[in-house]
Design a protein around this ligand. Sequence first.
Ligand code: NBG
Length: 919
Amino acid sequence: MQQALSARATYARPTSSRTARRQRAGRSLKVRSMLDISFPPKEEDTSNGVAPKLGVEASIEHELKYRVSANNTDARPVKLYQSVAWSVHDRLVDAFDQTQAYWKEKDPKHIYYLSAEFLMGRTLTNAVNNLDLGGEYAEALKKYGADLETVATGELDAALGNGGLGRLAACFLDSMASLDLPGWGYGIRYRYGMFKQGVKDGLQVELPDYWLDNGNPWEIRRPETQFKVGFYGSLEDGKWVPGEEVIAEAYDVPIPGYKTKTCGNLRLWDALAPEEFDLEAFNAGDYSKAVEQKRRADGITAVLYPNDATEEGKELRLKQQFFFVSASLQDTIARYLEQHKDLAGLPDKACFQMNDTHPTIAVAELMRLLIDEHGLSYDDAWAITTKCVAYTNHTVMPEALEKWPVRVLAKLLPRHMQLIEQINSNWLDSITGHVTAKVEAELAASDAEKQKKAAAAAEERKAALVAAEAKGEEALAAAKKVVSEEEAAEEKPADKATLVEEKLKTYSIIQENQWTKGEMLVNMAYLAVVGSFAVNGVAAIHSEIIKTDIFPHFVEIFPERFQNKTNGVTLRRWLAYCNPELSALITEALGTDEWVRDATLLAKLKPFAEDAAFRARWREVKQQKKKALAERIREQTGYQVSTEPMYDIHVKRIHEYKRQYMNAISLIHRYKVLKEMTPEQRAKAVPRVVVFGGKAASAYYMAKKIVALILSIGETVNNDPEIGDLLKVVFLPNYNVSEAELIIPAAEISQHISTAGTEASGTSNMKFALNGALIIGTLDGANIEIGENTGFENLFIFGVKADEINKLREDRKNFSDYDPRYTAALQMVSSGVFGRPEYFEDLVASITDMNRGNDWFLLANDFASYMDAQDAIDELYRDQEEWTRRSIIYTASNGFFSSDRTIDQYAREIWNVQPTPQP
Ligand code: NBG
């Protein structure tokens, strides 16, 4: 049947041939193309132009001449990059084919990581080093007067993700392959990735990201692996007849493990029209109809997360989710059935990890495939589904916990809506006993209380009547009236059935929209919890919060389902490769580079923190990285920044909960203080370069204003001759993985200052810590575990705690304790010190005017303690020896946050997937 794994690569997207068209229109889409059998046996295969047996140097030359068509003497950087990349590609394909063939033979259980996002960044450096070819490539490139680092900058980032969630998925793939775990990622091949962020007239602008423009040497197109995915339509005799169909076509991205033969896979789906071009319509002059199908298919894989503020946007996003989930499940089932007779054993061979709620339609789609396509009974299908599917929650922010209107789901996926109704009704039936018992217990408790009260009231009334009787008939009549009114008003015993019904609603997967009466919603997180065998949060505190605040009633029913898996990052990309200088120093100190694989070895660095000579070398490296960042800042913004000041970094998606705004306000205060200082005082001040980076979602009104405010502060401060090098405020546009690789090693202090209880984990905090940046942060997400590992005394912790938040929010309207520094800074914004006061009006009001915003993220509450922490930072920075000592302690203490550790835990405690290395 399917030959995807052994088939050789196809590089360009071919113009649609008649064969291909017929193939796509055909009923069975799992077509083995004629091409598969015409390949020569593997040993003689030179069909890619280059046999990987060619040495590195020869293969680069070959690619340069034949694939990239550049003359090697005038090889421009991008062309050189392309040739190098293609030569690495060929080596990857070999590793890939061998691994996949081996796994096919051994047939181990696989993990399939379903994710709408994979924020891969660049591939070249990672691939070369994981394949352990760094030395050979460096040598070969000498001929061109180039080094790998420079050549690597010719690559465009694969930005198929928004932020931490997508980058985590990418780190996980690296760790899965490095630990020899049979696993694939599954996602969408977005043609334009995420938008590119530019700055124009002091505002963020969004530009399309044409990341595929120069071709993509890291993917292998699989025209022989296609699946039909349906949408809309109706149910006829219980069977779904879709009203629209597209074809999902696979692209494989090999994922090389670190110094192992194992090469995993990320399979991304592209959408094709069954009939790309309607010649009849074209000939009849209807040109737009002629390409209508293609246009619609293209829309599905065009961009990551289209704005979902409109109904159309919502539908498109759900369409994307279903598209990749359906193709991925069909694909795994097809591969499974190549080797197994019936689907009962699927849970022994496949686990689907749902990365947040985006892929949770998988629960319904797996049910549909098992029942409608493979003839299983509902109960058998449910037993299989709930053994195969696991769910990771990545957020407690209500707006990111997806809820699809029943209306939208029923229109787009009528059969799935029907299945979800059935799943929900079975679920509610299964817990009615539990809920009834709960209601009865509550009633019993409140009844005893009520009976006591009722008896006392009855006694009082009796006494009143007796007293009134003594006063005469009139008084008695009046008293009787009062008594009968009181008795009528007395609380009726609650109706148990109604109470049970009300309570059941809180467990229901389908719920009424609390803001729009009558609108019914499918709560995807609830569907995920009910359909999964394991549910996990991504940091210790977050896993507790999801148990107490998000799913408490589900915890009652299946407490064993809930787990924690604290996030991690790959030390390959985030230390070894992005900071080779520091890595060399670590390796020298430890006498081995084994720490790249076994991060616990970093702990052995601790004694070096006490060694002054080592500290000096540590500082030298930091200085070198600061220099590189300063250069980047100049290129990108035109600002010249010195490398002497403290480098203070705040990079992540722009969000009110992440509180870049609070940092901005603190900088206004810092500016004000510096302005008010005498020259003597200024000479003693601790200078800082403060770097922000991050994208604001295109429709996020406040976030865009926050970006504008930071840019405006920079504009004023950086051009103020009185301030000079004492303070620079820089907004580096288009923060992405490659920028992060440059920024993080240069950081001396990094900010992770979300309102406690809002940041599920954070992962950049781990990267900064491993690169020896100190942390200023709240007791939120993984900051807490970083504090536990590093020693809280080495962090700058401030702010209210997660368990105080609800109360403080309730009290916001009465809040009056505004810090004068906060008020004065905001006053400067309102009075136009940074320009455009009207533009910033709403932003200021959002944290000062309880009628217009309500400071939901508690900036006012935390500001004073934030400033104290900032003062402590300045103070410590004066003592460079102590600062460096701590920096080393950070790197030494945080090996725990290697994604190898995280993935090992997932593999053992959730997936039950075993390492399967090749001999
Ligand atoms: C993000 C959280 C981060 C966390 C990453 C990875 C979403 C929905 N969640 O705190 O905000 O580090 O997931 O787990 O993007």
